[in-house]
Design a protein around this ligand. Sequence first.
Ligand SMILES: O=C(O)CCC(=O)C(=O)O
Length: 259
Amino acid sequence: MEKFIVRSGVNDAGSSDSLERRLEQFSLEKVAMRSISAPNLRLSYGVVLPKKLADELYSHCESNIEYNSGELATVQMFGKTVPIPRRQTAYGDHGLTYTFSGNTLPANPWPPLMHRLCLLVSDVADVKFNFVLVNRYKDGQDYVGAHRDGEKDLDRTAPIASLTLGAARDFVFQHQSARKRKLTDNAAGSERKLPENVKLVLEHGSLLLMHPPTNSCWYHSLPGQQIEPTVSTQSTNAAARSLNYSQIQDYGQLKYKKT
Ligand SMILES: O=C(O)CCC(=O)C(=O)O
């Protein structure tokens, strides 16, 4: 599958321009991203950011992102309120929210750099993303359990794009039938073979695109693991999504322009 890589229009060896300005100067050139497929699973994966840029973005995120606290840093599990095992925040177009596990995250206004990154990722995926969920895993003990993105306003025709900065983390897909552990007999009466898990390593500066219908049929997780520090034991993941604007009650009256 033909995809894109972010290439610098300026010398990657260094520039005193602001990170945002340098990101603005980036152009996209076509390269091959690796395609990974299984029944109803379609992924594209590649390291798309030059290391120096990925390092700088990583440091920028560490210094500038304020993560949620209090109720916004909790979810409902089996009727109980529990802290999420990672830190989280969200950015997006005005009025958008993202609901998961009984927790509704409002989109914070776009910081210019995050918006620029979202535009770059949108170009790669050929989709206009309007919402980014940022997850910060302080070390290998932080994780995301197996889930499918069930937000009702998620545009199911669009991919979900996941940009990773920092320590490499495993990312695991499990087919819904394997997760339910329901073995269905086939016509011959033998057990149906369940699709095997698909495991990737999300590297520093990498982009993963989960194309439809992957999210409908496969659970994804970022399990806890031992980490060999490279850049750090910490990683930050920005997952861009396209949400339907219909969730905004007064959408028709909003003055802002969809970007
Ligand atoms: O942080 C990640 O790589 C995964 C986040 C995730 O699973 C999600 O946003 O649904």
